[in-house]
Design a protein around this ligand. Structure first.
Ligand code: EPU
Length: 298
């Protein structure tokens, strides 16, 4: 059965804590519940927006013509087999990444250590190809179970998923594509080494990024050519810059944080100032990394 919540606040559903209200939120706690999704979405109207933990989303203010779809399938990580020397680990899309990483550390499975400290869900991390410290989520994916609004349930093998920097491409419209579960292919390795590397990456993140602040992670993509958006913003004087409750973090200039009482209007004001400063000073147009909701159909 699908759970339906009317008029949910995006400010309460996203880690940046800003945004207006959607028409409704539809929560699927099992894959089977998705069978009723096409009809439910038709009845509710609005554009479906699939959302995990809301940790990479900048939601606009006001009444938004969208319906949030949340795959809260929480099948805990488990070893389900082996293939080509890899151990296969399955997890539901609604499982938080820290839980999956904890499982990997306990079972001596290597491949995701760089993602330590990423707060999102398994489904969200795959959908955005979350990455950190040389590690990309999709590089460790073996297969993905999805529900596509027009075609129903499918299992995509890793080779059917094209992925790039914070981006995946799947057959069909991304707004109509819900990740239900993921099977990762991981390499057996010594537990101590895995734990050490995770702890090292987590401490590095904690000392260079505002991990405890209300943010959506890095707000701009790093430009091509090995440049860091954070460094460019810092050099352009944006670090610590404030507007209406929002600010560029004084720890890392590419993190937009809500210091309390922030709004999407203030966030977009700062984003425009940042783009303008970086463009004037370096001739580089920064592109948003966070997903702005409502987002266009792709
Ligand atoms: N730097 C500054 N000032 C700043 C921020 C950074 O001078 O305000 C310098 C740092 O000192 C460092 C360089 O810029 O020499 C790069 O910074 P960092 O190591 O923090 O990496 P990044 O390129 O800013 C990327 C990802 C992060 C990911 C880290 C670690 C993007 C947009 N950012 O940041 O991902 O955690 O590498 O791998 O790709 C995210 O996707 O939301 C995110 C935070």
């Amino acid at each position: 059965m699908l759970e339906i919540l009317q008029s949910p606040s995006l400010a309460e559903k996203t880690t940046l804590r800003i945004g207006g209200r959607a028409i409704a939120e539809v929560v699927a706690r099992s894959g089977k519940a998705c069978e009723a999704l096409p009809e439910t979405l038709r009845r509710l109207g609005g554009v479906p927006h699939v959302m995990g933990a809301g940790s990479n989303i900048l939601a606009r203010d006001g009444e938004l013509p969208i319906v949030l779809v949340r795959p809260a399938v929480r099948d805990m990580p488990e070893v389900v087999g082996e293939a080509a020397g890899k151990t296969l680990v399955h997890a539901g899309a609604g499982v938080r990444m820290p839980r999956l990483l904890g499982f990997c550390a306990e079972h001596g499975l290597s491949g995701l250590e760089g993602l330590c400290g990423i707060p999102g869900t398994v489904g969200g991390a795959v959908a955005m190809n979350a990455g950190s410290y040389g590690c990309e989520t999709c590089a460790a994916v073996h297969s993905v179970e999805i529900f596509e609004l027009k075609q129903g349930f499918m299992t995509l093998a890793a080779r059917e998923i094209k992925y790039g920097y914070r981006h995946i491409a799947v057959p069909g419209n991304i707004n109509e594509f819900i990740i239900l579960g993921v099977t990762f292919g991981l390499t057996p390795a010594e537990r101590g080494g895995i734990k050490k590397l995770m702890a090292f990456n987590f401490l590095k993140k904690k000392s260079t990024q505002p991990v405890a602040a209300h943010s959506a992670g890095c707000v701009f993509k790093n430009p091509e050519g090995g440049l860091s958006a954070g460094r460019l913003l810092d050099q352009a004087g944006l670090k610590g810059k404030r507007c209406g409750g929002m600010a560029f973090s004084h720890i890392h200039a590419n993190f937009l944080v809500n210091e309390g009482g922030g709004s999407a209007a203030a966030a977009f004001d700062l984003i425009a100032q940042a783009r303008e400063s970086v463009s004037r000073r370096f001739g580089i147009n920064l592109e948003l990394e966070v997903r702005v909701a409502p987002w266009p159909s792709r």
